[in-house]
Write a protein that binds this ligand. Sequence first.
Ligand SMILES: [Zn+2]
Ligand SMILES: [Zn+2]
Length: 385
Amino acid sequence: MAAKPLLEFNDKGIYCTQGQFFIDPWQPVKDAVITHAHADHAKWGHQNYLAHSLSFEILKYRLGADINLQTLDYGNTISKNGVQISFHPAGHIIGSAQVRVEYKGEVWVVSGDYKLEDDGVCTPFEPIKCHSFISECTFGMPVYQWKPQQFVFDEINKWWRQNVEEGKTTVLVGYSLGKAQRILQHLDLPIGNIYTHGVIKNTHEALRRNGVKLNPTIRVTPETNRDEMRKGLVLCPPSSVGTPWMRKFFPYSFGYCSGWMALRGAKRRRAADRGFVLSDHADWDGLIQAIEATNCETVYLTHGYTASFSRYLCDIGYDAHEAHTLYGGDEANEQDEDPVELVDEEGKVIEPEELVTTPQREKTQLTDQEKSIALKKAKKAGGAV
Ligand SMILES: [Zn+2]
Ligand SMILES: [Zn+2]
């Protein structure tokens, strides 16, 4: 009988039989290694948790102060039954880690969620060489191409300045863990004060207890001066959209930050005045670049456009598979980045299949990047090119 793979997917999560631990399990288990503190990856109810040190306070805040939580820094290794486990920066949010697992020379990496752009807030993504790579692909479609974040922050600051001139409060929605810190650290502070919703304030306090330095913010209370707020910017989570809490900022201009804002119709669906395309996940090019940099042979895709993206990776020479997990679409109860349908100009729903750039594409039509990947794969396999 062939030996079990070092990591496998079972009904509870990503499991290492040799080391007897799970990575980001969705059912309660004894030993859970956690890539980051978003709700679809860090579930309640495990006996023991292992996470990056910068996730310590936020996990205690979200899952309860009494969880049994051990931490590890980037680059440090611990051993479980002969299996070496180490954490490496994923660049997704503060404290997010890729998990590298090694046993008898075989290396697997679990990405968790990741992005390649250095956001200036969390430790930038580092590619790790491995044989097998378990990757997310939330935005694994060619339509998703992010602009450098400075471009987006310039747009946001310009919009804020304009609202101040027009006497409107600026209300900006972004997920409380990740997006809110990234926005906060790039706002043009001389324009005005930054106000926060309670959920974001609590998240910031947890991060500050962990030693993270963040720009000053003021929590919105019933006593907060309305005229002052018209010069300021209110940061709030997706869950506050359409609530009476938000209506009290009237007159206001409402902006929404999310990778899904790249889609036509997404802004209208959120009833936002402005949509800013900003994501803490890798875009199409980022995913391919990250996978290529691992030098891996096998790829498992956990969440996002797994079916079309795995077929695409197979086309360019990878041994790629879809994995069935419960990640994605549920970053906490705040409905962050829940997929909206792709619609065309007339509002007709487009199936993801129609969007992948390679409808029965000939090999001769591969891009230069794809050609170089395919060439390397062929060389590695020892085949003729
Ligand atoms: Zn995440
Ligand atoms: Zn995720």
